[in-house]
Design a protein around this ligand. Structure first.
Ligand code: NAD
Length: 377
């Protein structure tokens, strides 16, 4: 049982709403963390094992991500605790009911996340008129379809590679989670000559030291086939993905997949965090001390939310992709430079940068909790 106010600190969360509808077996949570920089944008996740704790941590990551990207949006996140692979009619019912229950939470704008997509956002928009990441037909920029987050990860890779001793062309890449984020990151990197040597999904893993055919694998997955049945590689377990030697390792699935118990198994030079909160702090620190360059989640995977914010402003897809490129390149460079200069982890550098922006925004507010807050800077 959650303890009320257990998450509160000087940033938030501003509100936590639990939604329960017994007739539909709907259980969901919304966390609006901090709205000093504007109404919160954050994804709606559908996962059977999602928790309030996870929702809060993801909402906080969104506060930092949106601030780091200089967007006029605060951080929030919502989860529906359910299997995302259930029949479409049932899924639509749950998403519509959840959105309807949150119709008055005007400081939260829904976006897509794991287990939801553009179609889900169209249902939310139809219910309450407040969502981004919409299908093209209703004025959206379909960020998962075009690979906005993968595009941003590719930009982060280009900036980070000079900090490591390898070239992007010919680099070996492993992607955990070949979904919206993972497959597009693999596609953009592969286009630049990098080889996808291993990847996984919820069914298991696949590898090929000579490089998997990324387009053929995307085509295979589009037929809803498990990755392990792809003919162009050797099947393995989900867990084997951790041990594969590579130059770039991209987590693009669930939180906390790398922790103190398994971090020593990673054999890579660069980590680009496509997933949100994929590593525990301890694991991340350990890798950093071993000389592995890590571009943290809220810097590397901001492409999706930047795209969503651009859609909200009514701009075009090509401008959105350019803005993602500019913002992620600038932030990655700044974070890695500060990390080297001040001998701190990239996450510490990124947090410092984001907190400076949130701090300033909070200073403009009537309820300026930061005047009594501990000094982050
Ligand atoms: P998705 O549902 O499209 O894809 C997730 C993939 O991970 C699926 O292929 C699934 O089968 C696989 N998977 C699930 N559990 C796994 C496991 N234990 N091991 C290996 N694979 C597993 O989701 P997505 O939109 O690609 O999001 C992935 C991650 O990236 C999430 O953490 C999400 O919060 C984060 N993220 C997404 C976006 C976005 O634009 N979609 C933006 C920023 C961050």
């Amino acid at each position: 049982m959650d303890v009320p106010f257990q998450y509160c600190d000087e940033l938030g969360p501003n509100k936590i709403i639990h939604v329960y509808e017994p007739e539909l077996a709907l259980k969901g949570v919304l966390v609006v963390d901090n709205t000093a920089t504007g109404p919160a944008i954050g994804g709606l996740r559908m996962a059977a094992d999602a928790t309030t704790d996870e929702c809060f941590r993801l909402a906080r990551a969104m506060t930092l991500k949106n601030a780091a990207a200089g967007l006029p949006h605060g951080g929030g996140k919502s989860v529906i605790i359910a299997d995302p692979k259930q029949p479409k009619e049932k899924k639509e019912q749950l998403i519509r009911a959840f959105a309807h229950a949150l119709r008055d939470a005007g400081d939260y704008i829904f976006g897509p996340d794991m287990g939801t997509n553009e179609e889900s956002m169209a249902w939310v928009r139809d219910e309450i008129g407040r969502s981004v990441g919409l299908p093209r037909e209703i004025g959206g920029i379909p960020l998962d379809e075009i690979g906005a987050t993968g595009w941003g990860l590719f930009q982060a890779a280009q900036v980070a590679v000079p900090y490591c001793d390898f070239e992007l062309s010919g680099a070996k890449v492993v992607v955990q989670g070949f979904g919206s984020v993972g497959k597009h990151a693999a596609r953009f990197l592969n286009h630049e000559g990098a080889l996808l040597v291993g990847t996984s999904d919820s069914s298991g893993g696949i590898y090929n030291q000579g490089g998997l055919d990324v387009s053929a694998l995307i085509q295979h997955k589009s037929q809803h086939l498990p990755i392990t049945s792809f003919p162009g590689g050797t099947a393995c377990t989900q867990d084997d993905i951790l041990d594969m030697a590579c130059d770039i390792w991209i987590p693009a699935a669930r939180p906390d997949v790398v922790n103190e118990d398994n971090v020593s198994r990673l054999n890579t030079k660069l980590v680009l965090q496509g997933a949100n909160i994929p590593f525990t702090h301890g694991a991340e620190k350990q890798l950093h001390q071993q000389g592995v360059c890590i571009v943290p989640d809220f810097i590397a995977n901001a492409g999706g939310v930047i795209c969503a914010a651009m859609e909200y402003q009514g701009t075009t897809e090509s401008i959105a992709m350019q803005v993602i490129e500019d913002k992620i390149r600038r932030n990655t460079e700044e974070v890695l430079t500060i990390s080297h200069r001040d001998t701190i982890t990239p996450r510490e550098a990124a947090t410092k940068m984001a907190m400076q922006r949130v701090n300033k925004a909070m200073g403009f507010r009537r309820w300026n909790t930061f005047s009594n807050a501990p000094n982050y800077l």
